[in-house]
Structures are given as C-alpha cells and as structure tokens.
Design a protein around this ligand. Structure first.
Ligand SMILES: Cc1cc2nc3c(=O)[nH]c(=O)nc-3n(C[C@H](O)[C@H](O)[C@H](O)COP(=O)(O)O)c2cc1C
Length: 192
C-alpha cells in the first residue's frame, strides 16, 4: 500500500526566519520515521498573492493559475504539519491567506503543529490556528512540538538543535499523524 503523503508547511516567509530550519528538522524526522511520503511546502516559495478569487472556495471555481496549483498541492496530501512562529500572539497572516484560498482540499485530514517563539513557544499561535483548521474540517492533534526561545536552539550553521523533549514530542506527533491519516482516508471517500 502507498504511504500517506505528509506535507510540512512552513508558515513564516521573512528573510532570516527561523521557520525554515525548524521545518527542515521536522521534515528529516518525518522522512526517517518511514511512515510517510514527505513534502516540504514553503509558503515563501508558493508566493500566493492576497486572496484574489471571485468565488467562495467551496465552489472550487478557481480562475487563477496560482490557485489551481495551490489546490493541486494541498489536495494530494493526507496529513499536514504546520510549522508556525508566534507573531503578536497569533500565527502569520501569510498562513491564514494560504488556508483561506481553499476549502475541500483541507477537509478530513489530521493537522499537527510545530510552534516556536519566545517564552510561550508559539502556543498562542497554535491556539488561534486550531480554531481555523477545525473550521476547515481538519482534525487538529493534541500531540505537537513547542519550541520556546527558538534562537537558543539554532546552531552556528543555522540548523535546529533539538532537545530530547522536542525529539520525543515530534515522534509522538508523527505517530498520531500516521494513525489519523489512515482512518480519515475513509472519510474522504465519496458517500454511496
Ligand atoms: C512581527 C513579529 C511579531 C512577534 N510576536 C511575537 C509574539 O507575540 N510572541 C512571541 O513569543 N514571539 C514573537 N515574535 C518573535 C518570534 O516568535 C521569533 O522572532 C521567531 O523567530 C519568528 O519566526 P521566524 O523567524 O520564522 O519569522 C515576533 C516576531 C515578529 C517578527
């Protein structure tokens, strides 16, 4: 049987961001787990404009090539990991824009969160994000990774130096993502 496709979605886009290093660490862990086909989806590379579709996304009447491409990308996943910083006690607007573009593509798939920031480790960002992913009918997982004071976890080469807790949390999250993606696949079958 084919492995489920897991997308690791990088929510921060600014030059000098920590997000890409955090995402590459998660991506490596997901590949090593052997549980998934893993894709890194970097919103800095996707480069969506502010939502510019004339119709509600539930109608799937996309007119723009960038939306059709984004739809095809998100659609092929069976599970997501959102790698998000905390910006002003929430998650980046770039991620909200990327979520708002689509509707059916997100549904009935599990979502894990890897958050980082200052003392809160991005937990306020994830609290806000859970609400939105639930509205899009994703299933937000309890297991996730919290990285407080993220600069302290970046090596001189810019790669992430995880603590034991971060490693164990990522393993737990990936295990649950695999379990949920298997079960929720049935939810995405057409109703007879
Ligand atoms: C616009 C902005 C707002 C921020 N707001 C918060 C915040 O509310 N809480 C927090 O813990 N860190 C906050 N920070 C610090 C970031 O979490 C930290 O700089 C992190 O590295 C940002 O992720 P990035 O490097 O991937 O962009 C903020 C940073 C920026 C740029």
């Amino acid at each position: 049987m084919d492995k489920p496709v897991l997308q690791v979605i990088v929510a921060s886009t600014r030059p000098g961001r920590a997000g890409r290093a955090v995402a590459e660490w998660v991506h490596g862990k997901a590949v090593s787990s052997g549980l998934f086909e893993v894709e890194l989806v970097d919103l800095a590379e996707v480069r969506l404009p502010f939502l510019d579709e004339p119709h509600h996304p539930r109608l799937k009447q996309y007119v723009n090539a960038h939306t059709k491409e984004w739809s095809a990308t998100v659609d092929r996943a069976d599970a997501y990991v959102f790698v998000t910083p905390e910006y002003n006690h929430s998650y980046p607007g770039v991620l909200k824009n990327a979520l708002d573009y689509l509707h059916h593509e997100w549904q009935h798939k599990p979502a894990g969160f890897v958050s980082y920031g200052g003392v809160s480790g991005g937990t306020r960002a994830v609290a806000a994000l859970r609400h939105v992913v639930s509205t899009l009918k994703m299933v937000p997982l309890m297991e996730g990774v919290i990285i407080p004071f993220v600069p302290q976890h970046l090596g001189e080469d810019g790669t992430l130096r995880p603590s034991d807790v971060m490693d164990a949390s990522a393993d737990a999250m990936l295990g649950e993502l695999a379990r949920y993606s298997g079960v929720l696949g049935a939810m995405r079958q057409p109703v007879a």
